[in-house]
Design a protein around this ligand. Sequence first.
Ligand SMILES: [Zn+2]
Length: 152
Amino acid sequence: MSAPPRFFCDDHLRRLARWLRAAGYDAAYERAIGHATMLARCREEGRVLLTLDRALAERAGAVACLLPSHDPEEQLRFLAGRYALDLLAHAFTRCPVCNEPLVEAAPGEVDVPARVRETCDRFRRCARCGRAYWEGDHVRHMRERFRGLSDV
Ligand SMILES: [Zn+2]
């Protein structure tokens, strides 16, 4: 199996970056980054540049992917089709905020509300920002949306 694609979301695509990360895909995003810097990083790190900017996509050439919609859900559906992404297989293995892979954490290692502790005993934690993740309503809701976007 080939390595999963890695992405760079341009500075208008913050929501898409979070969705891709939530689905487990490596999606870089930086606010107010210059086009030249972004293109250099795409080439160095083997990332596909995702953008809505036609001129930027033309300038970037083969490393760019011009998105057909401004709607994050439609963008994700499009990418899932184009790059054969599996939105569910690796969902919630990466921090949506930092793009950092999550690590398994024991209940004592995470700072979560008591009511969560009563219903959950499996947690993941981001080594960079320390946020904890678990199978709560939010994660279940996102899984449902990913499932919906996967039915093409
Ligand atoms: Zn994080």
